[in-house]
Design a protein around this ligand. Structure first.
Ligand code: NAD
Ligand code: ZN
Length: 377
């Protein structure tokens, strides 16, 4: 439960319940801490205290509403972070991250579990989770679900999101790809680029443990604390720049409060991707909200060299991942033994230990790459 900036506690809360006939109730067995949780955790959003976090969830169905046809009690399901209805104009087109009905805020699109500005839904870092429109929002997993739960849980968000980054960047076989960020999302983008037959995958960060993970899958690690990353990419691409680029960091990269990375990923991408190259941005950038006490650094107003971007004739695409568009295909790769996204996991903790997981993951302490929580472990 979120209690305020850098404060989460494990508290006893009322059990989640079936509230509508289309709901499914899931007993959570696996739930991840995500870099996106840190937007709330670090107090950059107006997320209310007393709310439960957690949008990367997997568990066993324990109850279904009277209007649920497909999902059954006993099914093990992975739950995409996007809560979508399946019947609005955006869902019909597969743009389930931009569902027009599940976010009750006027003018908003898209909803998620345990997330600021994404509707009132509780998260799954808990024992029970209510899943609205259960037939739409549960991916029923195959019979190896329990033994591969740390793989399948990555289908809730970070693997489809990493895959989405490479799709937005139009990665094709033989391409060279530069990825900014070796957090879990960047690592999954690198993994996706490798699976999509990129010829060279370069991953930029400065945390040696995260860069080492990238090397584990055959990517080239670029330590930006050693030398400007653009220079390193240029050296590796004979001065041409990478064919494709992925942004997997987000606005917190240049957070003057954290000042971990004062350089700007968008500019670095434009500079390290070739003329006419393509860039996919999945790192989160949030709109400015001048009235908000949290808008300390005009979050949405990014000083980005549009002129250089234009001059190089590049294309950029961005946004949240429409998880449902990818997760069934990626599930099949796991089931058939062609992919094992759990290689990104560094720690498996009991739910009671979640505050410790947040603390280390937030500080990016050495070795804390991806934390998986197992309620009732
Ligand atoms: P993370 O914070 O663990 O990882 C970010 C990494 O970027 C860190 O390792 C950090 O050292 C590195 N970094 C910071 N500044 C950098 C810079 N200037 N250049 C290169 N690397 C830099 O988070 P994560 O879980 O990997 O998530 C990354 C981003 O993706 C977050 O913004 C998250 O909210 C977002 N995200 C988006 C979606 C989506 O649907 N689009 C889904 C999930 C997560
Ligand atoms: Zn996430």
């Amino acid at each position: 439960m979120y209690e305020g900036p850098r404060q989460v506690n494990v508290e006893r809360v009322p059990d989640a319940l079936i509230e509508r006939p289309t709901d499914v109730l899931v007993r959570i067995t696996t739930t991840n801490i995500c870099g996106s949780d840190l937007h709330m955790y670090e107090g950059r959003t107006d997320f209310e205290t007393g709310r439960v976090l957690g949008h990367e969830n997997l568990g066993e169905v324990v109850e279904v509403g009277s209007a649920v046809d497909h999902v059954r009690v006993g099914d093990v399901v992975c739950i995409p972070f996007n809560i979508s209805c399946g019947f609005c104009a955006n869902c019909e087109k597969g743009l389930t991250a931009y569902c027009l009905t599940t976010n009750p805020e006027p003018g908003m699109a898209g909803a998620a579990y345990g997330f600021a500005a994404m509707g009132p839904y509780d998260g799954g870092q808990a024992e029970l989770l209510r899943v609205p429109y259960g037939d739409v929002n549960c991916l029923v997993l195959p019979d190896d679900a329990k033994e591969k739960q740390n793989d399948y849980v990555m289908l809730a968000d970070i693997w489809p999101t990493g895959w989405h980054a490479t799709r937005l960047a139009q990665v094709e076989a033989g391409d060279s790809v530069v990825i900014y960020g070796a957090g879990p999302v960047g690592l999954m983008a690198a993994y996706s680029a490798v699976l999509r037959s990129a010829s060279k995958v370069m991953v930029v960060d400065r945390h040696p443990d995260r860069l080492a993970k990238a090397e584990e899958i055959g990517a080239i690690a670029i330590d930006d604390s050693r030398m400007p990353p653009v220079d390193q990419v240029m050296e590796l691409t004979k001065g041409l720049g990478a064919d494709r680029g992925c942004e997997c960091v987000g606005y917190q990269a240049h957070d003057p409060q954290g000042h971990e990375h004062p350089n700007m990923t968008l500019n670095d991408l434009v500079r390290s991707v070739k003329f006419t190259g393509t860039i996919g941005v999945v790192g989160v950038f949030v709109p400015s909200d001048p009235g908000s006490p949290n808008d300390l650094y005009k979050q949405g107003e990014i000083a980005f060299d549009y002129g250089m971007f234009w001059f190089k004739g590049q294309t950029m695409a961005n946004g949240q991942c429409n998880v449902k568009g990818y997760n069934r295909a990626l599930m099949t790769l796991i089931h058939e033994g062609k992919a094992r996204p759990s290689w990104v996991v560094s720690h498996e903790l009991d739910l009671d230990d979640a505050p410790r997981g947040y603390e280390h993951f937030d500080r990016r302490d050495l070795g804390w790459t991806k934390v998986v929580l197992h309620p009732g472990k």
